[in-house]
Structure formats: structure tokens, C-alpha cells
Design a protein around this ligand. Structure first.
Ligand SMILES: [Zn+2]
Ligand SMILES: [Zn+2]
Length: 537
């Protein structure tokens, strides 16, 4: 047998052969090697040498790099398990930034500079914007709070905050603990019960197999707005939960897609409350969206606002300048209705869970089950459901996803930070994309005092174990040893992706063999801990 290029082979036989390149990607995935590594230049200040280093894409949970997404999932599971039944108050110490954190912020600064330069040169910044969004998530995942930019403008208090009345709920006196109560069993044992709660959005119309029975009456607009603002409803639920519980309730939650393509929430809660109280809190929780109106279309088709330098967007027919975002907010009447009010639906599930039981394991598996899938992945491919998704996307296309969304122009308002070239219906925000179907927020929501560790520290745990097993101490490196820089696109020093993948696969095989040897000698540890070794090496 020769190779695929052998012209003597019948065409059908030749074409049935897998492409070597595709096989390489498959093999890389099997070995847990990142298939979209980011090349970075690294200066070793001890030796003065520049090197190109592949950093795993560090995929966010719903990304297209399966090995990184899987690795994230494993880490999240460990994090979920660790915090749920904690019996000691997590130590909250304002840590000094570590090497990874500093590196991320430095990288973020460089990418921002590249982005601004591209923007100034009139180039498309979509990819760099996506990279920045990913980095911002990484920055949080690495245990830093907030955003590097801080709050860009002073927080408005008038229009956006009023009328968010506290719902009518019992209120307990706050204690400082984050731990749940324990109970003494008749057997003298101490039990530490926790909760697993599932919250869904309301019905928008009857569905069968994930598609509306009557698409014409299905409330797509409400479904779209609920998805867009879902994360704020979750925030409110947590606030209310803490108020009622009377302690600093901690949670680990996953936002997952339902078959009808609406987001819903699974939440592991530390400590316990009566089931009826949880239901009462969910029923009383709501969020009002105090945005300008987005129901009456003012500009559409060829009749669109035009940009004028120094002025902003104006009505081409009248020359009238459109209200800015702040002006539009200020114009919301005292007796106006909010643009949208979001609440949970009636399907609420509350389960009591005891530490270390098979039930607890089951819930943790459940919490991480869909983490490698995007919201749009709940599609099973049925035609009715495909059409359902298409209708949802149509509605989402013109819904404003944020104050900066170009769709505001459609409703006669200049988006916040308006700039030339904005077109309603063409927002590039995540929320409008088929993978997200309105929900562009984070898929995993973890409260700050869930466990003692950040995801970065969980990573470190694994790395340390592997290095110890290999007899190499994971000594703290000089935090200022390396200087990282992004590699410009098309840099000739970066080998083709295939070559880099081959190297990584080889490297991974070496480590695996090494570990298998150790395992044979009976260290009895989990081989999956090898996942992060690539970075340690
Ligand atoms: Zn990756
Ligand atoms: Zn948008």
C-alpha cells in the first residue's frame, strides 16, 4: 500500500482515506493537547533569550477547543466539590498578585494596544475584541475581581435604580458566617446538609420536543429579553436568598440550555433553608430593566440615522440629532414602565443534599454536564427545533443587547459610546449569535467565598502533584523572570500549527509514559492530573 496521492488508486478509495492533517487534530484531542494554542514570545530575563511558547488557548467553557474545554470542566468539578460542604470559614486574605495574574494583565494591556492601533487604522477589530473578552474572563478565572478598566463612567443612580423595591420576604438578622448549619443525628453524627436548586424561566407558549406547538403565539420577544437579562435575575435571587437566610450564602451555579432554548440555572448552595422558603424567594424575585423603549421602530431599511463627526447620529430627513444614551435614560418618565421585567417560572426544584453522598456526586456531575456545550447546542437537529432557533435569532437580531448595542439606532437613540459605522441588526455582541441565543453571560457563576481556592489554584494543585510524582519540585519561580509579548499575526518565527501540534503530542506522550511508569509502581493517583503539565514543563 502506498499513499493517498497514488494516482493508481480509484478515486473513491482515495477520497475515503482520512486526511493526515485531520487525524493529527484528532490525535491531539485524544492527548488532551490544546488544538488552538496561542503563540507568545517570552523573554527569559535570566538568559536574555527570546522564545516562542505555545500557551493553551485556555478556552472558555463553551469554546471550540475540546481539550481545553474538557480540562476546564474537570477543574470546575473539583472547585464545586471543594466548596459545597466546607466546614471551615474560607480564609479571605487580600492576596498579592501572582505571576499568572500579572502576566494576564500585562498581556491584556498589549492586546488592548494592538486593538486600539487596529481601530485607529480603520481595521476590523472583531477578533481582537473577542480575544479581549476572553482575556477578561481569564482574568476573573485567575482569581482577580472586576475588570481592568474598572467602571468606565460614574454609575448612574437615578433612572436605572429606582423602583427595584425589595420584595416582600422574611428577613433574618445577618451573621458573618458563610457556612450552613449542622445538625446532630440521633446516632451522634454531625450532618452538614446543603441544597441543589434548579430555577427556570416562565413559559412563553406550549412546547413539544423543544419546539413551540404554535409558533405564532409563542412569546419570542419575552423569551429573547429574558435570555438577555437572565444573569441580573440570578444576581437578585442571590441577594434575596442572603437576606432571607441571614448568612453570607455561597453558591456554585451553572447556566445551562433547556431544550426549548431558554437558559436555566442549577445551583449548589452551601447550607440549607426550608424548601418552601426557597420557592418563596424565587417567586418574589424579579428584575426590572430601566432602558429606553425598544418597541416602536423609528428607523428601518434604507431610512437609517447618519453619522456626523463632532455631532453624532442624526435623522437624515430632519437633521435632528438623536438623543444620546444618557439623555434617553434621563428622559424616562417617573411613571414610565420598565422596558422589561424578568421573573422565574413556576418550575422550581429544591433538593437537600448531604456531604459525601452519591447524591452529592450526582449533582456535581449534573452541574458540569453541559459545560462543554453552548446554549445553542441544546438543538437536537429536529426541523421544528431548527426553525424555532431561527425565529428566536430573528427576534434577537433587533433586540438591544447592551447600552452600546447598535440596535438602539433602530429605536431612535444613539447607543452609548456611539461611533461611526454602527448599523442596527448588525451588532457583533455575543448575545445575538446562534451559540448564545441571548445569553452572553458566564456559564459558571461562583461566589467569592465558595472555596479557598481560585481556578488558578486548582490548576496549581494538579501541577504540583505531577511534578512531585516526577521528583521535580515545583519551586516558586522568580515572578519577574519572564516577559511575555504577543506575536504579531504572520510572524515567520512561529512554525505552522501542524508542526506545533506534532510537538505537543510528542511531549504529551513522553509525560504520559513517565506517569504510567509511576502508576505501575503504585502511586495510585489519577492520571488526568497530567492535563496541565504542558504548561509546567
Ligand atoms: Zn485550547
Ligand atoms: Zn447587540
Amino acid at each position: 500500500m502506498t499513499h493517498a496521492q497514488d494516482r493508481a488508486l480509484p478515486r473513491a478509495v482515495r477520497e475515503a482515506m482520512p486526511m493526515a492533517r485531520d487525524v493529527l487534530v484528532e490525535v491531539a484531542k485524544l492527548h488532551g493537547v490544546c488544538i488552538r494554542p496561542i503563540p507568545l514570545k517570552r523573554l527569559d530575563t535570566h538568559t536574555g533569550k527570546w522564545e516562542i511558547i505555545d500557551v493553551p488557548c485556555g478556552a472558555t467553557l463553551d469554546s471550540k477547543c475540546p481539550p481545553c474545554a474538557k480540562r476546564n470542566k474537570q477543574l470546575r468539578k473539583a472547585q464545586c466539590r471543594e466548596g459545597w460542604h466546607l466546614d471551615e470559614e474560607p480564609a479571605i486574605r487580600p492576596n498579592e498578585a501572582n505571576e499568572e495574574q500579572r502576566w494576564l494583565v500585562e498581556l491584556r494591556a498589549d492586546v488592548q494596544a494592538q486593538r486600539d492601533a487596529a481601530d485607529k487604522a480603520g481595521q476590523d477589530t472583531a477578533e481582537l475584541d473577542a480575544l479581549i473578552a476572553g482575556l477578561d474572563e481569564e482574568i476573573n478565572a485567575a482569581g482577580m475581581r472586576g475588570n481592568v478598566l474598572g467602571r468606565a463612567t460614574a454609575k448612574r443612580s437615578r433612572s436605572t435604580r429606582r423602583r427595584q423595591d425589595a420584595p416582600d420576604l422574611p428577613k433574618r438578622k445577618m451573621t458573618r458566617t458563610t457556612l450552613g448549619r449542622t445538625f446532630q443525628g440521633s446516632d451522634g453524627k454531625t450532618y452538614r446538609p446543603s441544597l441543589f436548586v434548579t430555577l427556570t424561566l416562565p413559559s412563553y407558549g406550549k412546547v413539544r420536543d423543544g419546539a413551540p406547538i404554535d409558533p405564532d403565539t409563542y412569546d419570542y420577544r419575552r423569551a429573547a429579553r429574558d435570555a438577555l437579562h437572565f444573569s441580573k435575575l440570578v444576581d437578585r435571587f442571590v441577594q434575596n436568598l442572603r437576606r432571607v437566610a441571614g448568612y453570607d450564602v455561597q453558591y456554585f451555579a451553572a447556566v445551562e440550555p433547556q431544550k426549548r432554548l431558554a437558559p436555566h440555572l442549577h445551583m449548589a448552595i452551601r447550607g440549607t433553608l426550608p424548601r418552601a422558603e426557597i420557592k418563596q424567594i424565587a417567586a418574589a424575585t424579579y428584575h426590572q430593566v430601566w432602558w429606553p423603549q425598544a418597541d416602536e421602530v423609528i428607523f428601518d431599511g434604507d431610512h437609517l440615522p447618519v453619522w456626523q463627526d463632532g455631532t453624532g447620529y442624526l435623522n437624515p430627513a430632519t437633521g435632528e440629532v438623536l438623543p444620546t444614551w444618557d439623555e434617553a435614560l434621563d428622559a424616562i418618565d417617573e411613571d414610565a414602565e420598565p422596558l422589561h421585567v424578568i421573573r422565574f417560572g413556576e418550575q422550581i426544584d429544591v433538593q437537600g443534599v448531604l456531604a459525601g453522598t452519591p447524591d452529592a456526586d450526582q449533582c456535581i456531575r449534573y452541574l458540569s454536564k453541559y459545560l462543554t456545550k453552548s446554549i445553542g447546542d441544546a438543538l437536537d437537529g429536529g426541523q421544528a427545533q431548527q426553525q424555532h432557533a431561527a425565529r428566536m435569532l430573528d427576534v434577537l437580531r433587533y433586540e438591544p443587547c447592551s447600552p452600546t448595542c447598535p440596535n438602539w439606532l433602530r429605536y431612535g437613540i444613539q447607543p452609548k459610546d456611539a461611533k461611526p459605522g454602527m448599523l442596527p441588526g448588525w451588532c457583533r455582541g455575543k448575545a445575538h449569535k446562534p451559540e448564545h441565543l441571548g445569553y452572553a453571560g458566564r456559564r459558571i457563576l461562583v461566589s467569592r467565598k465558595w472555596s479557598n481556592k481560585t481556578i488558578a489554584e486548582h490548576k496549581q494543585d494538579r501541577r504540583t502533584w505531577v511534578l512531585e510524582a516526577l521528583g521535580q519540585a515545583d519551586e516558586p519561580t522568580d515572578p519577574h523572570r519572564y516577559v511575555w509579548r504577543p506575536v504579531p499575526a504572520g510572524d515567520a518565527n512561529v512554525p505552522p500549527l501542524a508542526v506545533r501540534l506534532l510537538r505537543s503530542v510528542h511531549e504529551r506522550q513522553r509525560w504520559r509514559a513517565h506517569l504510567r511508569e509511576l502508576e505501575a509502581r503504585g502511586t495510585g493517583q489519577d492520571l488526568s492530573a497530567t492535563e496541565d503539565v504542558g504548561r509546567a514543563a
